[in-house]
Design a protein around this ligand. Sequence first.
Ligand code: SF4
Length: 394
Amino acid sequence: MGGDAPVSVQSMTTTKTADVEKTLQQIYVLAASGADIVRVTCNEPEAAEALAEIVPRSPVPIVADIHFQYRLALAAIEAGAHAIRVNPGNIRNPEHIRAVAKAAKRAGIPIRVGVNAGSLDKDLHARYGGVTPEALVESALSEVALLEEEGFSDIKISVKASSVPLMIASYRLLAERCDYPLHLGVTEAGPPPEGIIKSVAGIGSLLVDGIGDTIRFSLTADPVEEARAARSLLESLGLRERSAVDLVACPSCGRAEIDVIKLATLARDELKERGLPLQVAVMGCVVNGPGEAREADLGLAAGRSGAHLFIKGQVVRVLKLDKNLEDPYEAMVRELVSEAERLVKEGVEARLEAADLRAAEAARQEAETLRSEDLDPNRVADRALRIRAITRDS
Ligand code: SF4
């Protein structure tokens, strides 16, 4: 983590850690959903004991989340946790922090200093007149100083807040003041979609500035949603390789020949299920669709009697669909999925070579016909005339 390593996704289990099997089950699901690291709470002795069983069976590194008792940090280290997270707001005694640093150093594991706006130290709160970026950063760096006094520097830091502007300002200040890897998050972001929007706004803003080494979306939802959303953000920013489909679709307009929402939703669900790492476009018309989505690996633009299938903007097949015989949406998606599978297996060059040579010309002609028939797809001119007639009458 840190340096040139890819930005990693974290999530947190919601099970009782003492329930080893349930916790491991959730860890496996989270790992399969895109989590690189999973945090589990270590809030009681039974949780620490369970960690000793969970860690060796986990497919991903496990971070033990420590609350008020530093002894549980020592126990989690003894149990083999890959890292621990401590909150300066709730382990206050410097001697306790030193003891944890010594144990972590012996075990060769990192510590995350996880400051949270909601549990900021009272003295700092009073001194700064509230929760400010300066107060959050000072809280983190004074804990870091204690760890460094013990010769410990395998440190990550977070300064989370539920306010997006506060969180962004705090991390920016922290990034100016130290070189340690940063774990980003908007804490208590709430349920989706608002929780996702806040997380994307806060975490995304920092990532585009090159700040952040690991991220967590703290959603009030199944943690699988956090892992998926966080992973998707990294893929959208080009910080991680695509692991699943990236479906792009036009917003639809008066020119659309089909119900774009229905087709895009069906296509997304089918492609997602197969985990194909492609960018796939679903466009509502053949007039603008292939051109507008020419960057996509594969796309489908709906025409009057079927659809144009295109690879990197080049039409490779025109699908003629008999609307009386089958559900045209399912038929179009079936063709799209089948081409996506072949594209992943055989590659772009091979699929372009296998293109129907007449398709591009047929597509061009259909688009041309539609263009000449309908130069004003939203009927703006026609409507304007009628509106003028109404307003003149009044
Ligand atoms: S692709 Fe066609 S239907 Fe979709 S928004 Fe563009 S013009 Fe409208």
